[in-house]
Write a protein that binds this ligand. Structure first.
Ligand code: GTP
Ligand code: ZN
Length: 205
């Protein structure tokens, strides 16, 4: 593969605003390419609807991780914090169909004990999910943002997801789950990592 999984992150300031007119024209073309009658009643508003839907599904291209990891508290807490089973919906950049599953995000705060609001970790997952993605990049981006912005001493991110491009088309293997992980800093320590994995697995239903 020539394209890097860990593509350099684009500054959201450099990403042009979602072009609704262009997206509508493209959807109209796609429908025409399918042989559909784009003027029939049921499809008349579809290009505009799809454009709005894709604007929503890619809103993360315009968001910065540092804008969601804003609320930090210096609690002096220096033990592991882990939020498990954060629901995620993203879009595979190869087929533009969803992949969905859960993210588990854990970290060991900085030596100063800088922690973030728990909901902010879920918001961070959303920022990176709402873009054309591959699961590996999504995983590393979340881990790197936690490390850089919170100055976390250790981070673990595990994502379990089902890709609709493998389920509803192509190889058609419903139920196959892809698991990716990214581990940083002190979380690489064998004992700490197994503690985190045990906490994540304790939720396996
Ligand atoms: N590594 C990785 N691969 C993905 C992800 N999402 C989709 N893919 C894969 O991307 C690949 C694209 O392969 P291609 O051969 O170019 O496309 P294709 O002919 O549609 O492939 P099939 O899905 O096998 O029919 C497929 O194997 C997908 O399963 C992801 O998040 N990570
Ligand atoms: Zn795909």
């Amino acid at each position: 593969m020539t394209d890097s999984i860990v593509a350099p992150e684009r500054d959201p300031a450099d990403v042009p605003a979602f072009d609704h007119a262009r997206a509508e024209a493209a959807v109209r073309e796609l429908l025409a390419a399918m042989g559909e009658d784009v003027e029939r009643e049921g499809l008349r508003d579809t290009p505009a609807r799809v454009a709005r839907a894709y604007a929503e599904l890619t809103v993360g291209l315009h968001q910065r991780p540092e804008d969601v990891l804003t609320t930090t508290f210096d609690l002096g807490h220096d033990e592991m914090v882990l939020v498990r089973d954060i629901e995620l919906w993203s879009m595979c950049e190869h087929h533009l169909v969803p992949f969905t599953g859960v993210a588990h995000v854990g970290y060991i705060p900085s030596t100063s004990g800088k922690i973030t609001g728990l909901s902010k970790m879920a918001r961070l997952v959303d920022v990176y999910s709402k873009r054309p993605q591959v699961q590996e990049r999504l995983t590393t981006q979340i881990a790197d943002a936690m490390t850089d912005i919170l100055e976390a001493r250790g981070v673990i991110v595990v994502i379990e997801a089902e890709h609709l491009c493998m389920t509803m088309r192509g190889v058609r293997k419903a139920g196959a789950r892809t698991i990716t992980s990214a581990v940083r800093g002190q979380m690489r320590d064998a004992a700490t990592r197994s503690e985190a994995m045990a906490l994540i697995r304790s939720g396996t239903r």
